[in-house]
Structure formats: C-alpha cells, structure tokens
Design a protein around this ligand. Structure first.
Ligand code: NAD
Length: 448
C-alpha cells in the first residue's frame, strides 16, 4: 500500500518506519522543516533503541521518505495516518488543533478514495469531528480510530509485537483494510480488537489511566509507609503476588511522567466533566502524582536540613530509561523545586542531557559523564533507573560528594528503590528510598 504518516514524532516515526519495513511505500510528513531535513539526511532526531537502523534500511531501499509537503504520488495514498501531538490545553483537555490541521490538509491533497487513520490519542468523538472536517474533500475518505500503545524506549519492539491492535471503524471495508494492513503482525495469533471509533478512542484513555492509577496508588502507599514505618517493597510483593492483581506497574517512585500519562489522565477527567460524568479516580490519580513530586522535593529538603545554597546532583533526567524524552519528567519537576528553593543542580543522563540543557539553559549544569555530576554536591538523587546506574561504585560516589553542613554523611536518594541500602551504608553514605522505613534500610534488598 501507499501510506502517508502525519507527524515525525515518537509515534509517527516508529509507525511510519515500521509500516515501511512491512513492505509499504511510506511518506512521513511533518511541519517541522528541521526534523525533515535531519531525517532526509539520515539523522534521527529522537533516541529510540533500534529505530535508526530501521530508518536507514528502509530509506536505502526507497520505501521510506520524509517531506514537508505532500506531492504525487502520495496524493493518491491508500491511507493517511494522523500521528501528530495532542498536548493538554489550559483546562487539561486535549488540544486538537494539530489533528484538525492534518485533516484539513488531507481533505485538500487526497485525489483517490482512502482511509484516514487517527493514531493520535484523542477524546471520544474526535474521529466523528475529523470525518465532518473531511466533507470538503474531492474523494470519499473514511476515518478510522487506531490508537497507539507503544512504549517509548521499547517502541520498535512494540510496533512489531503489539499486545493488541485496536481498530474502531464504521464500515466493513475500512475494518478489512486495517485487518490487511496489520495482518503481518498477527502471524503468532490474532491480537486485533475491532470496535466502533468512540469505544476505540476511550480504550486508549482508559488503558493509560488504569496504569497511572496503579502507580499513583502505590506512591500514596509509599507515603503511608514513611508515616507508619511499613516498607513499600514488602507491600508491593504481598499485593502483587495476588494473581488477580499482578506484579506490573506497582513500583513506587518519584511519580509518573512522560508525554502520555499526565496528559491522558487529565484529558479523561476533562472528557468526564464535559459529559457530566466526573472521573473521580482519574482526578485522584493525577492529584496523587502531583503530591508525589512535592513529596520527593520535601524528602530531599528535610534530609539535608534545607537545600538553600546546597548543590544537588541528579542521575536520570528522562521520564524513564531508554528514551531522551523529558516531557513531564520527575527530574524537570524536582529541578524546578530545587532551583526555587535556592539550590544548584548538576546532572547526568545517558541520552536526555541535551534536551534538559535546552530546557533549563545556564540554570543547571549537565555533565557528559555520570560521576562528574557529583563533584561537590551534598546529595545524589537517582530519578531514572537506566541500566548504567544500577550497580554504581558507591565508594567513588562518596569520594565525589561532600558532607552536609551539619557534618552528616552525604545523602543518596534512591527515588526508584534500585540500590541495596546496605551497599550504600557500607560506603559511608546515607540512604533514603521511597516508602522505605529508614530504621530498617540496612537489611532491606533493592526493589528490582
Ligand atoms: N510518545 C508516546 O509514547 C505515545 C504513545 C502512544 C500514543 N501517543 C500519542 O500519539 C500522538 C503523538 O505523540 P508523539 O509523542 O509522537 O508526539 P511528538 O510531539 O513527538 O510528535 C508530534 C509531531 O507532529 C508534528 N506535527 C504537528 N502538527 C502537524 C501537522 N499539522 N502535520 C504534520 N505534522 C505535524 C510535530 O512537528 C511533531 O514532530 C499524541 O496524541 C500522543 O498522545 C504517544
């Protein structure tokens, strides 16, 4: 098939490239000329494991192209995918201006009957609104909902081995076309969930909110652990071994971030408000997440007896490992809080350093080498569980950090509970985890 993908971001690039690897002729279109210039030149503007090689392979054989205009033969595409951003507006609802701009362009350029596949995460009813927007097209165009579930950091794998592919279509023809398109991904068993567009749109928000709720609940429990002397590690094991509950997404930490959970949870709440059905659980998950970010700042502040004038080192700036994405990352929130309180921040991340430096400018120091971020700092806060941080040299960390003003040992805040507290204490450092009773840390194993 001949396909056009609108948006060369995390979703558009991965799905466009993946579709070309399945043998389709794909044009990825973006309004950002810098991105297109880089991609056309073989440079990949984001960090996503395995994506670069896949782009180059398909570019070389001419199946994958990038452009900031749509011309022949792509005016006669079989399908147009919309994978543009849907960021939150001031009220937390999804801003659909990029989706509608893409729809307008499709209406203008399409010269052959086609389907329009909405991959962006959009509120219920958006596909119908896009369908209405396409009324001015010269040819019949049918809108299909096909939300994306890829995980940044493992997105290529997710594209080729999805847990499920959700398709919301009104006509048999459109349903069949999506079945054909995704057939190569179904060889090891049918994973297609076929429904109507409205249910499909809601499935995406419901899935992300369900995961966010699990994280927020565990984070709330971690704060209760601090208050009561219970240990979140044991609580997680005890709860997660119930097969009805399962073990995933039960890790306490600095709060969820990224470009999806925070905005999608808020967008579901906004959708509920719009329809007079309060989404109380989504609202609570969001509130608990905001509190967790504040809690982490307070934890550092309290352990250092105030951060004013102190230097704090951060390891891990991306919202999760294996991505360079810092949107809504706990590191961004903590850095803002620390700077507001008069601390200085020195940091490292294997991939997200340049994005962080771009966001904060001269207000923070971003180091290329992890240990260099520690020199002269009073505390190290681990925020993202990159593999390279999992087994650090605690003696070297101790050598680089400085004691707090009151003579206390330098502090390690393990916001992902990945280190064995006994290793940290043995090196002469103080340990602070999330939801970990400080009087019991010596014999507590790491969370992962
Ligand atoms: N990032 C994820 O992990 C993820 C996962 C699942 C779903 N989603 C959803 O997919 C959508 C895209 O997310 P993303 O992270 O890829 O966004 P992104 O911000 O990385 O990329 C969006 C791209 O769209 C481009 N764009 C904006 N307007 C355009 C237009 N009119 N025509 C063509 N291109 C245009 C932008 O220049 C940008 O390159 C969002 O709705 C998001 O919620 C994201």
């Amino acid at each position: 098939m001949r396909l056009v993908v609108f948006g060369a971001g995390y979703v558009g690039l991965v799905s466009g490239t993946g579709l070309s690897d399945l043998g389709h002729e794909v044009l990825v279109f973006d309004i950002d000329p810098d991105k297109i210039a880089k991609l056309s030149d073989g440079r990949v503007p984001i960090y996503e494991p395995g994506l670069g090689d896949l782009i180059h392979r398909n570019q070389r054989c001419g199946r994958l192209q990038f452009a900031s205009a749509i011309s022949a033969p792509f005016d006669a595409a079989d399908a147009y995918f919309i994978a543009v951003g849907t960021p939150p507006d001031a009220a937390g609802a999804a801003d659909l201006s990029a989706v509608m701009a893409a729809a307008d362009m499709i209406a203008k350029v399409a010269s052959k009957q086609a389907i329009v596949v909405v991959k962006s995460t959009v509120p219920v009813g958006t596909c119908d609104a896009v369908q209405a927007r396409l009324a001015s097209a010269r040819v019949p165009l049918e809108v299909v909902s096909n939300p994306e579930f890829l995980k940044e950091g493992d997105a290529v794998n997710d594209f080729f081995k999805p847990d499920r592919v959700v398709v919301g279509a009104r006509s048999d023809e459109a349903r069949q076309m999506l079945r054909d398109l995704y057939a190569p991904l179904q060889l090891s068993g049918e994973r297609l969930v076929v429904t109507d567009p409205r249910s499909s749109e809601l499935i995406k928000y419901a899935s992300n909110t369900m995961l966010a709720v699990r994280i927020s609940f565990m984070n709330e429990l971690s704060r209760l652990c601090h208050a009561t002397g219970a240990d979140i590690h044991s609580v997680r094991l005890g709860v997660g071994t119930d097969s009805r509950i399962g073990k995933k997404f039960l890790y306490a930490g600095p709060g969820y971030g990224g470009s999806c959970f925070p905005k999608d949870v808020q967008a579901l709440s906004a959708l509920g408000r719009e329809h007079g059905v309060p989404m109380r659980i989504a609202e609570a998950a969001h509130g608990a997440n905001e509190e967790q970010a504040l809690f982490l700042g307070q934890l550092v502040d309290k352990a250092l007896e105030g951060v004013m004038g102190k230097k704090i080192a951060l390891w891990g700036l991306a919202f999760k490992p294996e991505t360079d994405d810092i949107r809504e990352s706990p590191a961004v929130k903590l850095t803002k809080a620390l700077l507001d309180k008069g601390a200085s921040v020195s940091c490292h991340d294997p991939e997200a350093g340049p994005n962080f430096a771009k966001l904060f400018g001269a207000k923070v120091t971003v180091k290329d080498r992890d240990y260099d971020a520690l020199d002269g700092a009073h505390a190290l806060v681990l925020l993202t569980e990159w593999r390279s941080y999992r087994a650090p040299n605690f003696t070297e960390i101790k050598r680089r950090l400085v004691p707090t003003a009151s003579g206390g040992a330098p502090l390690l805040v393990d916001a992902r509970n990945i280190w064995r507290p006994s290793d940290v204490l043995r090196a002469g450092l103080r340990y602070q985890g999330i939801g970990v009773a400080t009087n019991r840390v010596a014999d507590r194993p790491s969370q992962r």
